[in-house]
Design a protein around this ligand. Structure first.
Ligand code: ADP
Ligand code: ADP
Length: 233
């Protein structure tokens, strides 16, 4: 599980610098689909960047399976990042590589090569997202929803424990959004991977999340089961 404890982040050193995150405490249980919802400026991106350690928190802890990760560097940072896969609004696929090569990319990055077993695994993952027949296509030949499915397959190539989805459906039309959300839910059921959904959209949270935290001005103002939190007027 991920326990975020009293996380605070200010950009810059000024005494009175505004807090992008202000004493955020959250628990994300293993196997959960957890939503983190907030309006623009609430601190969602900052929280994502702190969880994957693109930013270091100003204070507080991020404890993953009992270990505070905020000080990790070098190889332990790289292996931590493989445990927490990312999916972005803009998909982030390599445009000059085929779909299959994109899904194989994490193997290349981790080991410097792609073995036949890796390629087999990548094709299985493409099967899982329903795009095996697109293995030889390039990202530009796919729809946005299909590109995001490739990104999901790529995220799963590292066998992550967590998938961090940063506005993953914000660039998609409603039909593709539903496909992606259903896919994430199926993968969560099938593999037990914990899914963290960062979004400004209540609809997204209502569709797939079990639990939710509401972020406002860098603070968690509510958290609990989706039914409880959204039942409060
Ligand atoms: P969200 O993703 O919810 O829109 P952000 O995490 O991007 O929120 O922003 C939270 C607050 O932190 C905002 O007030 C924003 O202006 C500020 N902020 C974000 N990134 C930076 C940065 N690199 N430097 C200074 N302030 C920043
Ligand atoms: P690159 O982008 O590095 O030129 P490709 O993505 O075209 O490489 O191919 C990577 C490897 O996967 C090659 O060995 C290729 O033969 C194999 N490959 C490509 N498409 C398929 C497919 N649809 N099914 C099985 N193997 C494939």
């Amino acid at each position: 599980m991920i326990e975020i404890k009293h996380l605070t982040k200010t950009y810059g050193d000024a005494e009175d610098a505004p807090r992008a995150l202000d004493d955020v405490s959250l628990e994300i249980a293993d196997g959960d689909i957890m939503g983190i919802i907030g309006m623009s400026g609430a601190g969602k991106s900052t929280l994502v960047r702190c969880i994957n350690l693109l930013e270091r928190p100003t204070s507080g802890e991020i404890i993953v399976d009992g270990q505070d990760v905020t000080g990790l560097s070098g190889t332990s940072l790289r292996s931590y990042r493989r445990r927490v896969a990312m999916i972005f609004q803009s998909f982030g696929l390599l445009s000059q590589k085929t779909v299959l090569s994109n899904v194989c990319f994490p193997f290349l990055a981790a080991n410097g090569k792609v073995t036949p077993e890796n390629r087999e695994r990548a094709l299985e993952l493409l099967d899982m997202v329903g795009l095996r027949e697109k293995a030889s296509s390039y990202p530009s030949q796919l729809s946005g929803g299909q590109q995001q499915r490739v990104a999901i397959a790529r995220a799963l190539a590292c066998d992550p424990e967590y998938i961090l989805c940063d506005e993953a459906t914000s660039a998609l039309d409603p039909a593709s959004t539903n496909t992606i959300l259903k896919l994430l839910r199926d993968i969560n059921r099938k593999t037990g991977v914990t899914v963290i959904v960062i979004t400004h959209s209540m609809g997204v949270v209502e569709k797939i999340c079990h639990n939710v935290a509401v972020l406002e001005h860098g603070r968690v103002v509510e958290q609990g089961s989706v039914a409880d939190v959204f039942a409060n007027p």
